[in-house]
Design a protein around this ligand. Structure first.
Ligand SMILES: Cc1cc2nc3c(=O)[nH]c(=O)nc-3n(C[C@H](O)[C@H](O)[C@H](O)COP(=O)(O)O)c2cc1C
Length: 159
C-alpha cells in the first residue's frame, strides 16, 4: 500500500461486500461489480491462518472493534499487506447491521514480526487437520500472548 492510502470496504452482517472505495477496487484487481455481493474472503490469502479470522469475527460479532495485520491476495495472485481496523455498524436499536473496514499501510517492521507468527499458526493448523485447525492456530496465538504477558490488542499495537 501507499503511505496516504486508505482501503475501505463495507459488508452486511454476513460478510458480503456492499461497498468498496476506489483504492480497494484498485488493490483487489477486481471490478466493482465483481466485488459487490461477494463474500469478503474473495481477497483471502492462503498464508493467513484461519484462527486470525475466527478471532476477528468473534470480536466484531460481539460488537467490538478489531485490529490486525492481514495479508490479502489480489485477483492476479499477487499479495498486499494491510493494517486493518474493522468496526460493527449498528442500527438505532444497537443491532449489528454490517461491518466497516478501514485499512492503512502497515509498517514493514511490524509485518516482518507478524509473518512468522502467522506462519507458525498456519503450520499448526495444517498439522491439526481441518476439524481442529482453528483450535490449533488459536493455541499458538494464546501461547505467544502468555509468553509476552500482553492482550491481543496490546501485542498488535506493540509491533
Ligand atoms: C468488513 C470486513 C472486512 C474484511 N476484510 C477482509 C480482508 O481484507 N481480507 C480477508 O482475507 N478477510 C477479510 N474479512 C474476513 C472475511 O469475511 C473472511 O472471514 C476471511 O477472508 C476468511 O475466509 P473464510 O472464512 O472463508 O476462511 C473481512 C470481514 C469483514 C466483516
Amino acid at each position: 500500500m501507499r503511505e496516504d492510502d486508505f482501503i475501505v470496504s463495507k459488508t452486511n452482517a454476513k460478510g458480503i461486500i456492499t461497498y468498496g472505495n476506489p483504492i480497494f477496487i484498485e488493490f483487489s484487481g477486481y471490478s466493482e461489480s465483481e466485488l459487490l455481493g461477494t463474500q469478503h474472503n474473495i481477497v483471502r490469502h492462503p498464508d493467513m491462518p484461519r484462527a486470525a479470522f475466527k478471532l476477528a469475527w468473534d470480536t466484531i460479532q460481539a460488537g467490538q472493534e478489531f485490529f490486525a495485520y492481514v495479508k490479502n491476495m489480489a485477483k492476479d495472485g499477487s499479495f498486499y499487506w494491510v493494517f486493518t481496523h474493522i468496526t460493527p455498524d449498528f442500527d438505532a436499536s444497537r443491532n449489528i447491521v454490517g461491518y466497516t473496514s478501514v485499512r492503512r499501510c502497515p509498517r514493514r517492521e511490524a509485518v516482518a514480526k507478524v509473518e512468522p507468527v502467522y506462519r507458525q499458526m498456519l503450520e499448526a493448523e495444517q498439522r491439526a487437520g481441518a476439524r481442529d485447525a482453528i483450535g490449533a492456530g488459536t493455541a499458538v496465538l494464546l501461547d505467544l500472548l502468555k509468553q509476552t504477558g500482553m492482550s491481543y490488542e496490546e501485542l498488535v499495537f506493540a509491533l
